[in-house]
Design a protein around this ligand. Structure first.
Ligand code: URA
Length: 181
């Protein structure tokens, strides 16, 4: 574990721990308030994120920003990161070995941010952080406490693009987060 953001970011910039390093354009490190109370964890960069080096700047990210506006969460006040820092080709799910290779970077980010609340966006974030026994449909909208951190699993914003009915649930889950803050 690195004690400083600079050392952590430098090690990620040079990372070659898995095959995603061969196809990435940019590392997507994470963005936001490094002392945030709330942290959001997604799955991995898509094409827009890979191009810009920033998480959630594509269509799913725009939708998430709209939901943030609706509940009064400010993007610059929270910290946003992903399970894997490099884009899985063709937007496939990160593979087991890729998530395993990358997860300590995220753990290091959590250690440095020290959030009180972590919002897990979608199944991949949920299962890599809380365990494979958690399913997103059953878990979303319900707090899980672990080692002093409150976790809120919810839909991945890309799922809202495919299924309109999930939007209301996503907003409800974010409202629970905002209330607890
Ligand atoms: N989807 C994710 O899970 N993360 C991003 O950064 C963008 C889209």
């Amino acid at each position: 574990m690195y004690e400083t953001w600079e050392k952590l970011e430098e090690s990620i910039q040079n990372c070659q721990k898995c095959k995603l390093c061969k196809t990435r354009q940019n590392i997507v490190f994470g963005v936001g308030n490094k002392n945030a109370k709330i942290m959001f964890i997604g799955e991995g960069p898509g094409a827009d994120e890979d191009r810009q080096g920033e998480p959630f700047v594509g269509r799913a990210g725009k939708l998430m920003d709209m939901a943030f506006d609706m509940v009064g969460i400010k993007r610059e006040e929270v910290y946003i990161a992903n399970i894997v820092k490099c884009r899985p080709p063709a937007n496939r799910d990160p593979e087991e070995d890729e998530a395993t290779a990358c997860i300590n970077y995220l753990r290091n980010q959590v250690m440095l941010v020290k959030p009180e609340i972590i919002v897990l966006l979608g199944r991949i974030a949920l299962q890599n952080i809380l365990g494979k026994e958690y399913g997103i449909t059953a878990s979303r909208g319900k707090w899980v406490e672990k080692k002093g951190i409150q976790y809120m699993p919810t839909w991945h914003p890309a799922a809202l693009l495919r299924d309109e009915s999930k939007k209301v649930e996503f907003i409800k889950d974010l409202m629970l987060v905002k209330e607890k803050e």
